[in-house]
Design a protein around this ligand. Structure first.
Ligand SMILES: CC(=O)N[C@H]1[C@@H](OP(=O)(O)OP(=O)(O)OC[C@H]2O[C@@H](n3ccc(=O)[nH]c3=O)[C@H](O)[C@@H]2O)O[C@H](CO)[C@@H](O)[C@@H]1O
Ligand SMILES: C=C(OP(=O)(O)O)C(=O)O
Length: 435
């Protein structure tokens, strides 16, 4: 288990460029299974979760050619589907959430897939009902194999239909879209998730010959086709990394430029930070965050304490609440955070409380932060990273704190942030990786 030692109090300044989006990468890499042609994907982040998924594709027989640090060519023309029956497959799936995204394309192209319990952040129950219901609606059948604790799923040829999803699940929607591209007839998905990750997947599939309309809305129409061909796809900047950098610059920055953020795909993320009082400038497609001596949390128009809550896109992504909480600890004013989607994502605030933050954890879903207005700095601490986003939030807290902190279990951070200590040290941070 590796750790970071962080000497707090060194202001960050300069320019940082976000990596490609993790969650989009997981989807579009799995979509390469839908054709025997070559698919080139650029701007793939060099992070643990994505690298593990690429290894999994190689195990299934996909030819993978790395053409640069962040560019790969994939060719799924001769697969070993027998690997899906191995214990090794089940073990590897349990290492990352993205493994669940193999099911849709395998089912669509080969008529069978195996569902092993996926990994990912331990942030509360993470059910797969939406995926199951979608595949079932398309005509797939499930068989539970008790001794291996997997489901085998099969279908001769999926059949398009209308479906109303029980919730706007991100990976669920991606999976159903990938299954539906080869279904007979037309599939209509209502209450579809519409994050930029999903939009990008749909654009890529259309370039490969699919017919998907309604992109960016929660009503998607997919007209089935018999085959798809190769394409070249560019992954968007990671909006969660952009948000993390805004938080970092606000807490520990002395003038930071976040370059090429793809502003129009950030939705209300910048606004959420503005509501905490963070001032930022927009220059072209860059976000510039000046030093924030004081920042004032807004109230609602009727004067009541503001709530920041997560919601399906275009609402505020749950993946940034942890960072927003850290930023609020030094604001002027109070704010209630309501994490509606996940049950165990707020428990890390205990560590911020140990560092001197004023936070009341009301219940597993809600926390009130009373900002210090920079009258009191957080103090260094020793902590372990419970999940990827709590990990980056604690790293931000440690960079702004007085003294040297230690964060253990940084493999969690490595799941989603490329070379994070190198990039932050280039801005003036003092972070050392120890193993
Ligand atoms: C690999 C990947 O892409 N992971 C992302 C994906 O996970 P993932 O696709 O696994 O998450 P889902 O969208 O399925 O659901 C996330 C959680 O929110 C709940 N839920 C979802 C929709 C809804 O309308 N109401 C509701 O309460 C679900 O029950 C679940 O507990 O989306 C999550 C929600 O944005 C993000 O945190 C993850 O980073
Ligand atoms: C929850 C996350 O990831 P995953 O779904 O891969 O666990 C995340 O990226 O914040």
């Amino acid at each position: 288990m590796a750790s970071f030692l962080i000497e707090g109090g060194h202001p960050l300044s300069g320019t940082i460029t976000p990596q490609g989006a993790k969650n989009e990468a997981l989807e579009v890499i799995c979509a390469t299974l839908l054709t025997a042609d070559e698919v080139v994907i650029r701007n793939i982040p060099d992070i643990r979760d994505v690298n593990n998924l690429i290894l999994l594709l190689k195990d299934i027989g996909v030819k993978v050619d790395r053409r640069g640090r962040n560019e790969y060519a994939f060719r799924a023309d001769d697969l070993d589907l027998g690997f899906l029956g191995s214990d090794e497959f089940v073990r590897k799936c349990s290492a990352l959430r993205g493994s669940v995204l193999l099911i849709g394309p395998l089912l669509a192209r080969f008529g069978k897939a195996v569902i092993a319990t996926p990994g990912g952040d331990k942030i509360g129950r993470r059910r797969l009902d939406t995926h199951f219901l979608g595949f079932k609606a398309l005509g797939a059948e499930f068989r539970h194999i008790e001794d291996r604790n997997v489901y085998e799923i099969g279908a001769d040829r999926l059949k398009g239909c209308y479906m109303l999803l029980d919730e706007a699940s991100v990976t669920g929607t991606a999976n159903i879209i990938m299954a539906a591209v080869f279904a007979r007839g037309t599939t209509t998905i209502y209450n579809a998730a519409c994050e930029p990750y999903i939009q990008q997947l749909c654009h890529m599939l259309n370039r490969m010959g699919a017919s998907i309309s309604g992109i960016a809305s929660n009503l998607l129409t997919i007209v089935g086709t018999d085959g798809l061909h190769g394409t070249v796809h560019d992954i968007l900047p990671d909006m969660i990394e952009v948000g993390s950098f805004i938080g970092m610059a606000a807490m520990a920055g002395n003038g930071v430029r976040i370059k090429d953020v793809s502003l129009r795909n950030l939705g209300i993320i910048p606004e959420a930070f503005r509501r905490l009082g963070i001032k930022m400038g927009i220059e072209g497609d860059d976000i510039v965050i000046p030093k924030q001596s004081h920042y004032q949390i807004e109230s609602f128009i009727d004067g009541t304490i503001m709530t920041l809550a997560d919601a399906p896109w275009p609402g505020l992504t749950p993946d940034l609440l942890s960072v927003l909480i850290v930023v609020a600890t030094q604001a002027r004013g109070s704010v209630l955070f309501h994490q509606k989607m996940f049950e165990s994502r707020l428990f890390f605030v205990d560590k911020l409380i140990d560092m001197g933050a004023q936070i009341i954890l009301c219940d597993p879903h809600r926390a009130v932060v009373v900002g210090h207005d920079h009258h009191r700095r957080l103090r260094a601490g020793r902590m372990a990273s419970p999940d990827i986003r709590a990990g980056i939030a604690l790293l931000i807290a440690a960079m702004s704190a007085c003294g040297t902190s230690r964060i253990d279990n940084i493999e969690q951070i490595d799941r989603g942030y490329e070379d994070i200590e190198v990039r932050l040290n280039n801005l003036g941070a003092r972070i050392e990786r120890i193993s």
